[in-house]
Design a protein around this ligand. Structure first.
Ligand code: 9MR
Length: 408
């Protein structure tokens, strides 16, 4: 009788690649001194048990963000009538898993209920509605959120203010009013300004820094700047630019976080695009690693199956580190390596011994050994790899990226 280890059984089942890549993203991030690595999620996805199994994997995800269910249209669909059911579902999931919760968001120009967008407002009545919304939502989630994205996407690309209902009716004072109201409702939660295209130097990043200064000039608390990081493969800012831009925010006395990272491509994906995507993910995560005031990274969902990208950008997608079948893409290894994790196989050489039984059948071809052959799905190369570089019969060692080749 042949005793197979758990890892060789998983290899035989073709599952091991999902388990073999080191410690996991959150574990690696925390080992580096970060607070978390996390992902967005959303209520409709929670009926998918395979999805939830990985969402609950706290080796990879120490933090989650509700993608939609804390937004204004979800929480106050009718004026002064608050509904927290869906947001609570995700908050409870985070609590049950011991995951931090980034709460998202309080003031935005999108996903507003019609009573807000179609209302007739004066400065005074809109300020009152704004304060009432923030006070109720922040009070409800008091003690449950690590951070709130208080104001989301207030800026145009040229650094001017977006012409939203908020800005048009209240002026830029809506920003300090929102932060002051949130701080009064929960003095302990971190309060963030969150936006995209502020991850690299330019007018919009300068304007985001000016928002921090504006809020501080009112004597109001702001704790962080959230860099959404919705990027395009091959067009992401350099790691050094991302790190130096983070430094312009932390110099103001606030922390930063990557809050919505995904890196889309024009479909179909190719090996070359996936390799570039891995490099791109590695650069953004690496910029956070290099920046002491960068507390963590959140991806805007972990699987292509539930990414927002294809429905928004026609012909584009494959933006997440896991594909739509929940297999890890090279981007996973790129992130893990940037976090100081090692993309090494966990299989051992001791799994296929026959012990004292009479069987002499060798099953070593189904395990990875330092001198042998790598099985289907096993790692067979990559920077720092000291394991087998030859694949079992019928499989080819296929380059994924600089850190990972796999027997396919
Ligand atoms: O992921 C969210 C998607 O399900 C919604 O349809 C969309 C509606 O605007 O919002 C998405 O999340 C956005 C986030 O709240 C703010 N930054 C941009 C994100 C992607 O659009």
């Amino acid at each position: 009788m042949v005793h197979l280890s758990a890892s060789s059984l998983l290899l035989a089942a073709g599952i091991l690649p999902n388990l073999a890549l080191g410690a996991g993203l959150d574990t690696a991030a925390v080992a580096l001194g970060k607070l978390y690595f996390g992902t967005a999620t959303d209520n409709p996805e929670l009926t998918d048990t395979a999805y939830v199994t990985q969402l609950n994997n706290t080796n990879d995800f120490g933090q989650i963000t509700p993608g939609n269910s804390q937004k204004w249209d979800a929480t106050e669909p009718t004026q002064n009538t608050f509904t927290f059911t869906n947001g609570d579902t995700i908050a409870k999931l985070a609590e049950a898993n011991g995951q931090k919760l980034r709460c998202h968001n309080l003031v935005w120009h999108n996903q507003l209920p019609s009573w807000v967008t179609s209302g007739t407002w004066t400065n005074a009545t809109l300020v009152a509605a704004l304060k009432n919304h923030i006070t109720n939502v922040v009070t409800h989630y008091k003690g449950q959120c690590y951070a709130w994205d208080v104001v989301n996407e207030a800026l145009n690309e040229d650094g001017t203010y977006r012409t939203s209902l908020w800005y048009e009716t209240i002026g830029e004072a809506y920003l300090p009013i929102a932060f002051a109201t949130a701080a009064a409702a929960d003095p302990d939660v971190k309060l963030y300004y969150n936006d995209y295209n502020i991850e690299y130097s330019g007018s919009k990043a300068t304007a985001a820094a000016n928002i921090v200064k504006l809020i501080q000039s009112y004597g109001v608390k702001i704790d962080g700047v959230g860099l959404q990081a919705h990027f395009i493969v091959g067009s992401t800012p350099s790691k050094s630019n991302q790190a130096s831009t983070m430094a312009t925010y932390t110099a103001l006395g606030v922390e930063v976080a990557i809050t919505e990272l995904d890196i889309r491509m024009t479909l179909p994906s190719t090996d070359a695009l996936l390799a570039q995507q891995s490099t791109d993910y590695s650069n953004t995560v690496g910029a956070c690693v290099e920046t002491e005031g960068c507390v963590g990274v959140t991806i805007w969902d972990w699987t292509d199956k539930y990414s927002w990208v294809p429905s928004t950008f026609s012909g584009q997608g494959a933006a997440c580190p896991w594909d739509e079948n929940y297999a890890k893409k090279p981007a996973y290894t790129g992130i893990l390596t940037a976090l100081g994790g090692t993309a090494t196989a966990t299989s051992t050489t001791t799994s296929a011994t026959g012990g004292s039984t009479t069987s002499t059948t060798t099953t070593s071809s189904s395990t990875s050994t330092s001198t042998g052959v790598a099985a289907h799905w096993g790692q067979c190369g990559g920077s720092g790899w000291t394991g087998p570089t030859v694949c079992a019969t019928g499989y080819t060692c296929t380059y994924s990226n600089a850190w990972y080749s796999q027997c396919l």
